[in-house]
Design a protein around this ligand. Structure first.
Ligand SMILES: Cc1ncc(C[n+]2csc(CCOP(=O)(O)OP(=O)(O)O)c2C)c(N)n1
Ligand SMILES: [Mg+2]
Length: 349
C-alpha cells in the first residue's frame, strides 16, 4: 500500500503501477484536489457575501474525497453526506447546480442516475441505509456495480449506521463504507462520543475494517480500489476509516474558535493533503511548475464560472422546487396535490 509521508516522500517499495496509476492518473488526482479546494473556498466566499444560505467546507478532506471517487468505476454508485461536494464535482456534476441546494433553489440539482451520485444526505447516517439497500439490489441484479457509502465519525454513533453495517455484513452486500474521520461532529470531539477505533467495529459485523491516513491520496485510492474490487468479486463489504481533519468550521453557521484551540490546526497543517502530494509529484518529475500553474488557473476559472452561473440562476416556481424530482412517474394523487398547491400561490410566485 502506498504511504505518502508528510514531507511528500514515498517508501521506495511502493508500486504505483500496481494500483492502476499511470502518470496521467497521478496528475489527475492532484488536479481534482486543487479544483475542489478552490471551489470550496469560492462557495464559502459566496455564503459570506449573502449568495448562499449555508456552506459546509471540506477543507483538509480533499484526499479522501478525490482518492475514493477516482478509485471507483464511473458506474459505481456513491451515497454522499452533505460534505461530499468534492466527490460530486469529480463525478462531473456542475458545481453551480450542486450549490442551488445551498441557495434554496432546489432540493436536488442533478439527476442522480446520470452521475450515479445520490442526493447529499443531511440527516446524519440516513444515506448508509440507502447505500446498503442499493447494494443489495446490485447483488440481486448480478450487477458488477459496487456502492460507496460516505459518512463522518459522528455518523457512526447513529442507529442507522449500525443497522446498515449489520445488514451489509449478513447479506454480503457489495458496499464500501468510507468514514472520513475528521475528528469532529460539529463541536463534539471524537473522543467524547467514540470509545475504541471506528475501523475495529467492522469485526463485529463480520467483515474487515482498515484505518488509513485519509490525507494521503495515494493510500486512499489504493485502499478504496482494493475494497471495491473485493466487493465486486462478491466477497462483501469493507469499512475504511480515513483519518483526516476538518480544517474549517463545521459549517458557515459555526464558530470553531469557541471550542477548539489553534494548536490542533497547527498540528494538522503539515499534513495538508495537497501540499505533501504536490511535493512528491514535483520531486518525481510527474509535475512541473508550469503544469501546476495551469491547474491553479483552471481551478480559478471553474470557481468563476460556478459563481457567475449561481448568482444568475433563475428562481424556480415553488411548486417545481417542492414537487419535481420526487417521483420518476408521479401518481395522479401526487399531481393533484401539486396542482392544488400551485393554485394557492400568488401570481408572482
Ligand atoms: C439524524 C441527525 N441528527 C443530528 C443532525 C445534526 N447534525 C448535522 S451534522 C452533525 C455532525 C455529524 O458529524 P460527522 O458524522 O462526524 O460528519 P462531519 O460533519 O464531521 O462531516 C450533526 C449532529 C442531523 N443532521 N441529522
Ligand atoms: Mg466528523
Amino acid at each position: 500500500m502506498a504511504q505518502l509521508n508528510p514531507e511528500g516522500t514515498l517508501p521506495p517499495a511502493v508500486a504505483i503501477e500496481e494500483a492502476g496509476l499511470d502518470r496521467a492518473r497521478l496528475v489527475d488526482l492532484y488536479r481534482w484536489m486543487v479544483v475542489i479546494r478552490r471551489a470550496d473556498a469560492e462557495a464559502l466566499n459566496l455564503q459570506r457575501q449573502g449568495e448562499l444560505g449555508l456552506w459546509g467546507q471540506f477543507l483538509g478532506q480533499e484526499a479522501a474525497q478525490v482518492g475514493a471517487t477516482l478509485a471507483l468505476h464511473p458506474d459505481d454508485w456513491i451515497f454522499p453526506s452533505y460534505r461530499e461536494f468534492g466527490m460530486g464535482m469529480c463525478r462531473g456534476i456542475d458545481p453551480a447546480a450542486m450549490l442551488y441546494l445551498f441557495r434554496g433553489l432546489t432540493h436536488g440539482g442533478w439527476d442522480p442516475a446520470s452521475h450515479h451520485f445520490a442526493p447529499l444526505a443531511i440527516p446524519v447516517a440516513s444515506q448508509v441505509l440507502h447505500a446498503v439497500g442499493y447494494a443489495l439490489g446490485c447483488k440481486f441484479d448480478h450487477s458488477s456495480q459496487v456502492v460507496l457509502a460516505c459518512f463522518g465519525d459522528g455518523a457512526t454513533s447513529e442507529g442507522d449506521w449500525h443497522e446498515g453495517m449489520n445488514f451489509a455484513g449478513v447479506f454480503k452486500c457489495p458496499v464500501v463504507f468510507l468514514c472520513q474521520n475528521n475528528h469532529w461532529a460539529i463541536s463534539v470531539p471524537l473522543e467524547k462520543q467514540t470509545a475504541g477505533r471506528i475501523a475495529e467495529r467492522a469485526a463485529g459485523y463480520g467483515f474487515p475494517g482498515v484505518r488509513i491516513d485519509g490525507n494521503d491520496v495515494l493510500t486512499v485510492y489504493a485502499v478504496v480500489r482494493a475494497a471495491a474490487e473485493r466487493a465486486r468479486r462478491g466477497d462483501g463489504p469493507t469499512l475504511i476509516e480515513a483519518v483526516t481533519y476538518r480544517m474549517g468550521a463545521h459549517s458557515s453557521a459555526d464558530d470553531p474558535t469557541r471550542y477548539r484551540s489553534d494548536d490542533q490546526l497547527a498540528a494538522w497543517s503539515p499534513r495538508d493533503p495537497i501540499v505533501r502530494y504536490e511535493a512528491w509529484l514535483l520531486a518525481e518529475g510527474h509535475l512541473d511548475d508550469a503544469r501546476a500553474g495551469a491547474i491553479r488557473a483552471e481551478a480559478d476559472a471553474v470557481a468563476q464560472t460556478m459563481r457567475t452561473k449561481l448568482v444568475n440562476a433563475p428562481v424556480p416556481p415553488p411548486s417545481e422546487v417542492l414537487f419535481d424530482r420526487v417521483y420518476t412517474s408521479p401518481s395522479r394523487t401526487f399531481q393533484a396535490e401539486r396542482d392544488e398547491f400551485a393554485a394557492t400561490l400568488e401570481p408572482s410566485e
